[in-house]
Design a protein around this ligand. Structure first.
Ligand code: CAA
Length: 257
């Protein structure tokens, strides 16, 4: 797992993509390391995950252009599938994932951030899908998740023009939830992760499931899924703990995984 580091900070797992000399660009080795680290997360003691890039300059500057430059059609299909499989795994993690975007988030880097539940950016973050200028389409889900996140019209504009989005504009268009000075980014992400981790872990997981699966359904199926997950929660130790405490006008006991 040489290209990806993992640190457990209480209930929060911090994943760092560490290929700094290539601005954390994603090649097959980095993707394999990322997948191995994600697979190894102990969900029994992790309530939120943060993904970031090593160094001051880049979150991830994209898929590895050198590697792609000589790929055949078949290799390209396999590379795209590899990235998509890993990103789907991140998107489908039962616990929320925050992208701490600490610099360039271009191409595959923007796409990686989009597979996270929440994006928080440093002031020097720069987002974009430069693929059309490189003679390709986005290959790790950008055409789909960017459109679903910021709306079809803006996503089409950015993808067709290869436009770059600075942190402040990213905030305006709903691509990120907040922007902080670079030296405060991690601290703020840990704070946010801590707020998530303080809530009932079973409920938080069901909320993520309801939102992610529900958005792919028609509204009737989606609200019926929500009803299922809501009723599932009513029979959990977390719910008993929290609601009994409310009724007894006291704070709940800390939630136990
Ligand atoms: N792939 C491979 N290597 C990359 C890379 C990438 N995506 N991005 C940066 N690097 C490497 C550079 O080649 C350079 O390596 P060397 O020192 O060995 O020359 C090193 O990282 C530092 O980069 P720069 O010297 O270019 O740094 P800079 O500050 O001048 O520029 C940058 C930074 C604007 C991000 C520039 O590196 C750049 O434009 N990178 C490419 C960004 C990009 O187009 N990303 C999309 C890739 S396509 C994709 O991701 C497809 C997909 O969806 C699957």
């Amino acid at each position: 797992m040489g290209y990806v580091k993992y640190e457990q900070k209480d209930l929060v797992g911090v994943v760092t993509i560490d290929r700094e000399k290539a601005l954390n660009a994603l090649n097959t080795e980095v993707l394999a390391d990322l997948e191995a680290v994600v697979d190894a997360i102990d969900l029994g003691k992790t309530r939120c995950v943060i993904i970031t890039g090593a160094g001051q300059k880049a979150f991830v500057a994209g898929a590895d252009i050198g590697a792609m430059s000589t790929m055949t059609k078949e290799q390209g299909r396999a590379f795209s599938k590899r990235g998509n499989d890993v990103f789907r795994k991140i998107e489908s993690l039962p616990v929320p994932v925050i992208a701490a975007v600490n610099g360039f988030a271009l191409g595959g880097g923007c796409e990686l951030s989009l597979s996270c539940d929440i994006r928080i950016a440093s002031e020097n973050a720069l987002f974009g899908q430069p693929e059309a200028g490189l003679g390709i389409t986005p290959g790790f889900g950008g055409t789909q998740r960017l459109a679903r996140t910021i709306g079809v019209g803006k996503a089409k504009e950015l993808i067709y023009t290869c436009g770059k989005v600075k942190a402040e504009e990213a905030l305006k268009i709903g691509l990120v939830n907040a922007v902080y000075p670079a030296d405060q980014l991690m601290e703020e992400c840990i704070k946010l992760a801590g707020k998530i981790a303080r809530n009932a872990p079973i409920a938080v997981r069901q909320c993520k499931k309801a939102i992610n699966l529900g958005l792919q359904m028609d509204i009737d199926s989606a609200v019926s899924l929500e009803a299922e997950l809501f009723s599932f929660c009513l029979d959990t130790k977390d719910q008993k703990n929290a609601m009994t405490a409310f009724c007894e006008k006291r704070k709940p006991d800390p939630f136990i995984n």
